[in-house]
Design a protein around this ligand. Structure first.
Ligand SMILES: Nc1ncnc2c1ncn2[C@@H]1O[C@H](COP(=O)(O)OP(=O)(O)OP(=O)(O)O)[C@@H](O)[C@H]1O
Length: 282
């Protein structure tokens, strides 16, 4: 299965041009005892329906902050965010979030199926519908057999699959994933990446994915958005024209994969270096 310079996948089907998310001049600062901390300076980018977009940038540049704003969990300080053309003022029905730390996001006293059902109960979804959605979401992450187990009876990779199932059960139009595979070993990570690509192809859900891993960003995405050192701006928005479906070995051997990887790596390093040379923290 060779990967070439052509594109494919749900994000490249008809309708790609329709933006589901738009960020215009998004600014976010935090109040602290030492004064205001500007985390995000002015972010402009958009995501089309069905796209898989990764966000990378130096540590502390404001990736999580930006995702929290896009999820509607933090108010922006300036600029605007629109989801499906409507200004966002808080959490959206059609958006689900999966965080890195599954050990803190799953409730140990609830079974796997109850953990997955939780956000559906919060949304007042009828019981029969909840059962159907939980079953389907667990099947999608190959955990149908584990519905009655507790999180502490599962491996790290399985727990992260439960967290993904919980996001999928909401049947979101957009799934935000903040370093979801950072806490698992390399082999599990590769398996989870491929599982996520299969789910994306099957559901057509728009995915906004934060990662520190540049190979992962290039491997998974239609586009990689590179942020500067914080307070962040978008320094580059790179289109990944690698064939789909992708393959852990074959895709990574294609020259274009290496070129894209080097380009993204260079941008992140340059941004980091500019900051350390100037001695600026923000
Ligand atoms: N609640 C908060 N109060 C004050 N400052 C904060 C708060 N949360 C984050 N920050 C600051 O905002 C900046 C961006 O943090 P953020 O966690 O969004 O970056 P990040 O790119 O996700 O980091 P990493 O890559 O290390 O996970 C940092 O300077 C951080 O110290």
């Amino acid at each position: 299965m060779g990967a070439t310079k052509t594109s494919g996948g749900p994000g490249h089907a008809a309708g790609l041009a329709e933006p589901i998310l738009e960020a215009h001049g998004v600014t976010k600062s935090y109040r602290s005892r030492q004064g205001d901390v500007l985390a995000v300076r002015s972010i402009d980018f958009s995501v089309s329906r069905g796209e898989f977009v990764s966000v990378v940038g130096p540590s502390g540049c404001g990736k999580t902050t930006l995702m929290m704003c896009i999820a509607g969990l933090l108010p922006v300080t300036g600029g605007s965010l629109t989801f499906r053309g409507q200004a966002m003022t808080g959490p959206q029905e059609g958006v689900a979030v999966v965080f890195q730390d599954y050990s803190r996001s799953l409730f140990p006293w609830l079974t796997v199926e109850k953990n997955v059902a939780l956000p559906l109960r919060d949304r007042g979804i009828p019981r029969a519908d909840i059962e159907r959605r939980v079953e389907r979401a667990l099947e999608m992450v190959n955990l149908g057999h584990a519905a009655g187990l507790y999180p502490w009876q599962l491996s790290g990779g399985m727990q992260q699959r439960v967290a993904i199932a919980r996001g999928l059960a909401v049947e979101p139009e957009m799934l935000i994933m903040d370093e979801p595979f950072a806490s698992v070993d390399a082999q599990t990570r590769a398996n989870l990446e491929d599982l996520l690509l299969e789910i994306w192809a099957e559901t057509g859900t728009t995915i906004l994915f934060v990662t520190h891993d540049i190979d992962e960003a290039v491997y998974l995405s239609d586009r990689v958005v590179v942020l500067s050192q914080g307070p962040s701006v978008v320094v580059e928005d790179i289109t990944v024209r690698l064939d789909r479906p992708r393959h852990q070995i074959d895709t990574k051997q294609v020259p274009l994969f290496g070129e894209l990887r080097a380009e993204v790596f260079g941008l992140v390093m340059a941004s980091d270096r500019r900051t350390s040379l100037s001695g600026e923290e923000s």
